[in-house]
Write a protein that binds this ligand. Structure first.
Ligand code: TRP
Length: 452
């Protein structure tokens, strides 16, 4: 047998690029604006940022620590750190979550490719927001095209994952992510300078706490977990590729900051335009696919902008999907001794099968509902609000109560530079605050308000 060569990130910047690549994706640009819209705007945003800080960052650090300490995949890591105990079930839940997430995420990723294609063909020119909305519904309710794009996207994801955690993706993200940021800022500027934009900004930033329900609080927590890529072991898997001298505290803070800034900028890009330009769209998964083309039309050079922009969203989605697929591939590879190639094929094919149902649930399977939700809606809802929320809960419980303070601090604190006050605060949050907060929110949402 060949010597197992350890594949891993080359530098701290490489880790940040890969982890931020995982975090920044459709969760920021597509999901955040419409979930925020559906849950009342300003108050939701404040909660969201609060959860990123008090729950997201501690969970992210926990995942990196678990991964690097065990040098193992999402499930194997718990087996290694807590042998002979059922803690590995957290990892199993993460693997299932990867299937759930990627099945619907690949649907939307496929849409972004269609929109690249349409923008190249000048497909939006001269259309009102209303017409753009009709076009979106017509496209997504079809079968052949959305499925084709979804499969192309899954193949792209598989192609990257097949090559390993190599310089390719690290390098690509380092160039493409900053480009995405620049373009988003340009679109933000256009959006806020539209007449009537201030109403949108007010919606995004003016809190109305009286409108908040337990369910909205759960959605904010779920969205924070989804956007940061925590709660299912993606960052455990990436953590296992991080070198021992990379500082995990600052890495976590930087990744979370980048992700949150991009989410807020997406909101600034969408809401002013939504309020200024149109009545055609009531929100939901079509929100960005309708508003963005509308903004591009009112920009000089808009058609070029549209092409580059949708391309970059596709890339942002791709750097996220690879991190989800990598969870499954690393697991199959390490636990079943499969080759990377075999593991990638098996993972991709099985996820794609589930994905077909998500894509078709906008068209032929529209009326197939479970708990009153279409397959797509159910996967979308379950992933963030159930799998990732409970995943995050168990991960902090594991870190705080099983792994223990000394191992955690030792791993976080490789060079011994972190002030003990800081580590004490973090450990206190991980042991008490985060688990209690997550449990209270989940209990409130599921048992007091009932799952809808
Ligand atoms: N964070 C990504 C986004 O916002 C989605 C994602 C990638 C993810 N990997 C994940 C979500 C792992 C949860 C867990 O688009």
């Amino acid at each position: 047998m060949a010597i197992v060569q350890k594949d891993g990130f080359s530098s701290k910047f490489g880790v940040i690029a890969a982890a931020a690549g995982s975090a920044v994706g459709l969760g920021n640009i597509w999901r955040f604006p419409y979930i925020t819209g559906e849950n009342g705007g300003g108050a939701f945003l404040i909660l969201y940022v609060f959860f990123v800080i008090v729950i997201g960052v501690p969970v992210m650090m926990s995942e990196f620590v678990i991964g690097r300490r065990s040098e193992s995949n999402a499930l194997g890591s718990f087996r290694k750190l807590a042998p002979g105990t059922p803690w590995w079930l957290i990892g199993l839940m993460g693997i299932i979550a990867a299937f759930v997430i990627l099945s619907f995420y690949s649907t939307v990723s496929g849409w972004t490719l269609e929109y690249v294609f349409q923008s190249i063909n000048q497909g939006f020119t001269g259309k009102s927001m209303n017409q753009l909305n009709i076009d979106f519904v017509t496209f997504t309710s079809g079968s052949f095209r959305p499925l084709l794009w979804q499969m192309i996207f899954m193949l792209l994801t598989a192609a990257v994952v097949m090559c390993g955690v190599q310089k390719g993706i690290e390098k690509a993200t380092k160039i493409l992510m900053p480009m995405l940021l620049v373009l988003i800022i340009a679109v933000c500027i256009r959006s806020v300078t539209l007449t009537g934009a201030s109403e949108g900004l007010r919606f995004l930033f003016e809190p109305h706490f009286e409108k908040l329900t337990f369910k909205a609080v759960l959605m904010a927590l779920g969205q924070a977990a989804f956007s940061l890529s925590i709660g299912m072991g993606a960052l455990i898997t990436y953590g296992s590729y991080i070198k021992k001298d990379t500082p995990l505290l600052s890495t976590s803070i930087q990744v979370a900051s980048a992700d949150t800034i991009l989410a807020i900028l997406s909101g600034i890009m969408i809401f002013p335009a939504l309020f200024a330009l149109g009545v055609g769209n009531t929100g939901g998964p079509g929100l960005v696919f309708v508003t963005l083309p509308a903004i591009f039309q009112s920009m000089p050079g808009g058609s070029i902008f549209a092409i580059v922009f949708f391309l970059l969203i596709s890339v942002a989605a791709l750097t996220s999907t690879i991190s989800v697929l990598e969870v499954v591939v690393a697991y199959l590879k390490q636990e079943f001794n499969m080759s990377r190639l075999k593991a990638t094929i098996l993972g991709t094919v099985s996820i794609s099968i589930l994905g077909v149902f998500c894509t078709l649930s906008f068209g032929p399977l529209k009326h197939v509902t479970i708990f009153g939700k279409t397959v797509f809606d159910l996967m979308n809802y379950l992933s963030a609000n159930v799998f990732l929320t409970f995943g995050a809960l168990f991960i902090v419980i594991f870190t705080g109560w099983k792994l223990g303070k000394s191992s955690f601090v030792d791993e976080l604190n490789q060079s011994g530079k972190i002030n003990p006050i800081v580590t004490n605060v973090i450990v206190f949050i991980i042991k008490f605050i985060a688990p209690l907060a997550i449990a209270a929110i989940a209990i409130g949402a599921f048992f007091i308000e009932g799952l809808t």
